[in-house]
Ligand binder design. Structure first.
Ligand SMILES: CC(C)(COP(=O)(O)OP(=O)(O)OC[C@H]1O[C@@H](n2cnc3c(N)ncnc32)[C@H](O)[C@@H]1OP(=O)(O)O)[C@@H](O)C(=O)NCCC(=O)NCCS
Length: 159
């Protein structure tokens, strides 16, 4: 857990957003936080759908995080998709996001979905390449309605 919190701190230091749901609430124990995430896989995550979380680890070091949402809401269809990931800033450009997404595609949650929606900014070269390296097919680029940001909409067929 300290390594994971260190990873979030690195993200803050490079000016990236760390959303409240990614870390324990004030006074929440690490165990309760992780149990809460496990519950989100069966109940409703912060985006209103069940969400499974995995951490990428290298020995004792948490190097990344990847989540899969078990279904899409209209909002997620427009922006967010099924999958979201980040890699610890000091461990980027080492193939970790590509590897994490590859491993996610083997998980039961992804297989059950069969077809994953991924959205990403056209400017985010690393994320676009991560998706393409895992068989992503660009369906369209459009301004996400209500969000106002140019967005690439990809699908990955699983299995
Ligand atoms: C996007 C992100 C997860 C990529 O993680 P990563 O571990 O560095 O990615 P990889 O090392 O697997 O690299 C994937 C590809 O992107 C390329 N790449 C990585 N960083 C890059 C950069 N800064 N500029 C251009 N290309 C880059 C790699 O060369 C690789 O390309 P290749 O398959 O053609 O060789 C990471 O930059 C990140 O956490 N960003 C902030 C959060 C985010 O944007 N999440 C995705 C939201 S859609």
């Amino acid at each position: 857990m300290p390594s994971y919190l260190g990873s979030l701190e690195e993200m803050r230091q490079v000016g990236e957003t760390v959303w409240p749901g990614w870390m324990p609430k004030d006074g929440e124990s690490h165990v309760d936080f992780v149990e809460g995430l496990a519950r989100e896989a069966r109940e409703l995550g912060p985006t209103g759908v069940p969400t499974s979380t995995w951490w990428g680890v290298d020995g004792e070091v948490v190097v990344g995080r990847i989540v899969v949402r078990h279904r899409l809401t209209e909002k997620l269809r427009v922006f967010g998709g099924h999958v979201s990931y980040e890699v610890r800033p000091s461990r980027r450009r080492q193939g970790l996001a590509t590897g994490m997404l590859r491993l996610l595609l083997e998980e039961a949650e992804a297989r059950e979905l069969g077809r994953l929606s991924l959205t990403c900014s056209p400017d985010n070269l690393a994320s676009n390449r991560t998706i393409l390296a895992n068989g992503g097919v660009l369906e369209r680029s459009a301004i996400a309605e209500g969000v106002g940001r140019m967005t690439n909409y990809y699908w990955i067929l699983v299995g």
